[in-house]
Design a protein around this ligand. Structure first.
Ligand code: FAD
Ligand code: NAI
Length: 470
C-alpha cells in the first residue's frame, strides 16, 4: 500500500461493474474500498434491474402457463389464482439474498463498504458525506438511469406513469398498460404484466422493435409477441401523457408526422433507454469531461484521460449490460494491479428474457453481409426450433437458431436464437467465437440429445448445407 493514500483502489458504485472490480482488486492484495449511495450493494442490476425483473418474469411464466392452457395441454389442469403480494415478496427476497451476498463477499475479500455519495475533489480524492477519502486509483462505475421523455412525468409512487423500477412494483395488475419503447425493458416488463392479465400496447418510434438485433430476429420476435397478445404501434411516437385521477391519456402520432390519436391507459411504462450517471460526480474536479452522449471515454484498458482514474460499465460507451460491466470490472482491477485485463467487446452476448428468450452474439446478418461484401460474402445456416425434438416435446415450437459465417474461411461472425432457453444456448456460441471457431467446428462437436442446444449444431450444419433434421 502506498502510504500517501487511504486506499490503493476506490471504486465508485457497487453495481456489477463496481462490485466485481472491488472484489478482484481485494483478491489481488490491493487495499480497496467501494462507495455506494444506495442502502444496499449490487447497483441497478441486483436492486431494480436484472434480478427483480427475472423474479417477476419467472413467476409470471408459471401463472401464464397455467392460465393460457400450456399446462393443461400436458395433462396438468389447474385454475390459477394470482397472489401478487407473494409474487412481490419472492422478488424482494431474491434481491435481499443477493445484495447481502455482495456484502458478505466484500468482507471475505477485505473490501471496505463506504456508505454515501462520492463527489470528486481531485484526481485521487473524493468527498463522501463531508469526509475526504483518497486513493491511488479511482474506478468510476456509477452506472446509468432511465432516460426521461419530455412531456411524460414519471411518478413511481402514483403507479400511473412509471419507469422500470415502478413497473416492477405495481400493487395491482393494470387493465391497459402502454409501453413507450419496444426495447428490452418494454418487452420484458410488458410481458410480465401481459401474462398477469393486462392488455399491453407497445409504442415504438422506429419501424421495428429491438433495434440492434438481427433483422430476422426482430421481425420474428414481434410476430411471436403479437400472437401472445401484445399490440404494437410501430413508427409511432408519444408526444404527451396526461393524468386525470387514476387514468392516463397517451397522445401518439406517426413518427413521420400525421394525425395524432389518444390512447387511454391506467399505466404507462417509460422505457426509451438509459443514460449514464455522471451528473453530481464533479468530474471536472478530477480534470475529466464527458463525451457528447454524457459517457466517460476510455481506452482499451479502461483508462480515462486522467491518470489514475478509470471507468467501466454503463457509464462508458458500449452495450449497457451487467455481464459486460462485470467483465470490465475484472479487467480494470487486473490492469490496476499491473496484470493484463482484456474484454473482447466483439463477443458480448445479448439476451431478452421473454418467453421464448431472444439472444445473439457477434454480428447481425445485415452487418456481417456489409462487412464481407467485398471479401467473399457470408453463408447462413438457420434451423427452426419446430424441428428440434426437445423443443417439440416441450411444446415450445417457436423460434430458430441462425449461424452466420464468413463464406471463404467459415469463421463464425454471429449467432442469433429465439428459443425458450436461447439465453443459455448463446453461451456456447460465445465460447466458439472467442476461440475463433468455424461453423464446422460447432457442427462436428457432439451435442447431447435431446437438448435445445442441438438446434445450434444443426444451424451450423446448415451453413455447410447439410442439416439432418430439416
Ligand atoms: P449500476 O448497476 O447502475 O450500478 C451503479 C451504482 O453506482 C448504483 O448502485 C448507484 O447507486 C451507484 N452510484 C452512482 N453514483 C454514485 C456516486 N456518486 N457515489 C456512490 N454511488 C454512486 N443487464 C443484463 O445484462 N441482463 C439483464 O437481465 C438486465 N436486466 C435489466 C432490467 C432492468 C429493469 C434494468 C433497468 C436494467 C437491466 N440490465 C440488465 C442492465 C444492467 O442492470 C446494467 O447494465 C448494469 O447494472 C450496469 O452495471 P454498472 O455497474 O455499470 O452500474
Ligand atoms: P432500449 O434502448 O433497449 O430500447 C428503447 C426503445 O425505445 C428503442 O427501441 C427506441 O427506438 C425506442 N424509443 C426511443 N425513444 C422513443 C420514443 N420517444 N417513443 C417511442 N419509442 C422510443 O432501452 P430500454 O428498454 O429502456 O433498456 C435500457 C437498457 O437496459 C438497454 O439498453 C439494455 O442494455 C438494458 N437492459 C438489458 C436487459 C437484458 O439484458 N435482458 C433487460 C433490461 C434492460
Amino acid at each position: 500500500t502506498d502510504q500517501t493514500y487511504d486506499y490503493d483502489v476506490l471504486v465508485i458504485g457497487s453495481g456489477p461493474g463496481g462490485y466485481v472490480a472491488a472484489i478482484r482488486a481485494g483478491q489481488l492484495g490491493l487495499k480497496t474500498a467501494c462507495v455506494e449511495s444506495r442502502e444496499t450493494l449490487g447497483g441497478t442490476c441486483l436492486n431494480v434491474g436484472c434480478i427483480p425483473s427475472k423474479a417477476m418474469l419467472h413467476a409470471s411464466e408459471y401463472f401464464d402457463a397455467a392460465a393460457n392452457g400450456t399446462m393443461a395441454k400436458m395433462g396438468v389442469k389447474v385454475t390459477p389464482e394470482l397472489d401478487l403480494d407473494t409474487m412481490h415478496a419472492q422478488r424482494l427476497d431474491a434481491v435481499k439474498q443477493l445484495t447481502s451476498g455482495i456484502a458478505f463477499l466484500f468482507k471475505k475479500n477485505k473490501v471496505d463498504w463506504l456508505k454515501g455519495r462520492a463527489t470528486f475533489t481531485g484526481a485521487h480524492s473524493v468527498d463522501i458525506a463531508g469526509k475526504t477519502v483518497t486513493a491511488r486509483d479511482i474506478v468510476v462505475a456509477t452506472g446509468s438511469s432511465v432516460t426521461p421523455l419530455p412531456g411524460v412525468e414519471v411518478d413511481n409512487d402514483k403507479q400511473i406513469i412509471v419507469d422500470s423500477t415502478g413497473a416492477l412494483e405495481l400493487a395491482s395488475v393494470p387493465e391497459h398498460m402502454v409501453v413507450i419503447g419496444g426495447g428490452v425493458i418494454g418487452l420484458e416488463l410488458g410481458s410480465v404484466w401481459r401474462r398477469l392479465g393486462a392488455k399491453v400496447t407497445c409504442v415504438e418510434f422506429l419501424d421495428e422493435i429491438l433495434p440492434g438485433f438481427d433483422g430476422d430476429v426482430r421481425k420474428e420476435a414481434r410476430k411471436i409477441f403479437k400472437k401472445q397478445g401484445i399490440e404494437f404501434k410501430l413508427g409511432t411516437k408519444v408526444t404527451k401523457v396526461t393524468v386525470k385521477g387514476n387514468s392516463a391519456s397517451v397522445t401518439v402520432e406517426p413518427g413521420k408526422g400525421g394525425a395524432a390519436e389518444t390512447i387511454a391507459a391506467d399505466c404507462v411504462l417509460v422505457s426509451i433507454g438509459r443514460r449514464p450517471n455522471t451528473a453530481g460526480l464533479a468530474l471536472d474536479k478530477a480534470g475529466l469531461k464527458t463525451n457528447e452522449r454524457g459517457q466517460i471515454d476510455i481506452d482499451h484498458e479502461f483508462r480515462t484521460a486522467v491518470d489514475g482514474v478509470w471507468a467501466i460499465g454503463d457509464v462508458v460507451p458500449g452495450p449497457m449490460l451487467a455481464h459486460k460491466a462485470e467483465d470490465e470490472g475484472l479487467a480494470v482491477a487486473e490492469n490496476i494491479a499491473g496484470l493484463t485485463g482484456i474484454v473482447n467487446h466483439d463477443v458480448i452476448p445479448l439476451v431478452v428474457y421473454t418467453l421464448p428468450e431472444i439472444s445473439g452474439v457477434g454480428l447481425t446478418e445485415e452487418a456481417a453481409a456489409e462487412k464481407m461484401k467485398d471479401k467473399g460474402g457470408i453463408k447462413v445456416g438457420k434451423f427452426p426450433m419446430l424441428a428440434n425434438s426437445r423443443a417439440k416435446t416441450n411444446h415450445e415450437p417457436e423460434g430458430f437458431v441462425k449461424v452466420i459465417a464468413e463464406a471463404d474461411s467459415d469463421r463464425v461472425l454471429g449467432v442469433w436464437a429465439i428459443a425458450s432457453v436461447a439465453g443459455t444456448m448463446i453461451a456456447e456460441a460465445a465460447v466458439a467465437m472467442e476461440f475463433g471457431a468455424t461453423s464446422e467446428d460447432i457442427a462436428y462437436t457432439c451435442h447431447a440429445h435431446p437438448t435445445h442446444a442441438e438446434a445450434m449444431k444443426e444451424a451450423a450444419m446448415g451453413v455447410q448445407g447439410k442439416p439432418i433434421h430439416i
